[in-house]
Design a protein. Structure first.
Length: 202
């Protein structure tokens, strides 16, 4: 049995459901909200490639190194984006959070903070992770700011690490959060989400 099992995580009007091919239409619509595939530093699929994108995520799940989720508005069932646990290493109780993107209308709201609270709570408090990591493109400054606002520590930069969709080679910025740091980070995320009238920028 895999260490990381498919599960639905929910809270604060958001549900993270196991990704399936049935979500193709919803993910295509979410990506079209802002034409996110045009962003050079993300991995959002073009409309015609959404099914292939889901199939690749499910292949990673079958191989045991990825668990993809679709992000859903619990009040109306609308697909807002997706995210994953990935680079899952049971032997050292480590995984990473990534492949994360949201429809433009869901950005700069509570959605990202709510998703990260769900994912991190499950990782540290149910799976007993020792470390949770993130990685992002060196030019994806918005992603770097969002990760740093969570309280993750910057570990360093991997030079010439991966190909972008346009064929250029990127440097990858690595971050991590340890189990010992989690209680303080959790308190901070709850504070952000519980402020009166919160609809803050992620």
């Amino acid at each position: 049995m895999s260490w990381v099992q498919a599960v639905t995580l929910s809270g604060r009007g958001i549900e993270l459901r196991p990704l399936t091919l049935a979500h193709e239409t919803g993910l295509t619509a979410a990506a079209a909200d802002g034409e996110l595939w045009r962003l050079r530093v993300t991995s959002v699929p073009e409309p015609e490639n959404t099914r292939r994108y889901i199939e690749a995520a499910l292949q990673g799940q079958a191989e045991g190194h990825r668990l993809p989720f679709v992000v859903v508005d619990a009040t109306n069932g609308k697909v807002l984006g997706c995210t994953s646990y990935h680079d899952i290493v049971p032997a050292i109780q480590r995984l990473e959070i990534g492949w994360t993107w949201y429809a433009a209308s869901a950005q700069r709201t509570h959605v990202n903070t709510s998703c990260k609270l769900l994912l991190l709570t499950h990782a540290f408090e149910t799976l007993a992770c020792k470390v949770v990591g993130w990685r992002t493109d060196n030019f994806n400054f918005a992603s770097q700011r969002a990760i740093e606002r969570l309280g993750a520590r910057k570990d360093g930069v991997l030079r010439g690490h991966a190909l972008r969709r346009d064929g250029t080679i990127r440097d990858t910025v690595m971050y991590s959060l340890t189990a010992g740091e989690w209680p303080e980070v959790k308190a901070h995320l709850l504070y952000l989400l519980e402020r009166p009238g919160t609809r803050h920028a992620d």
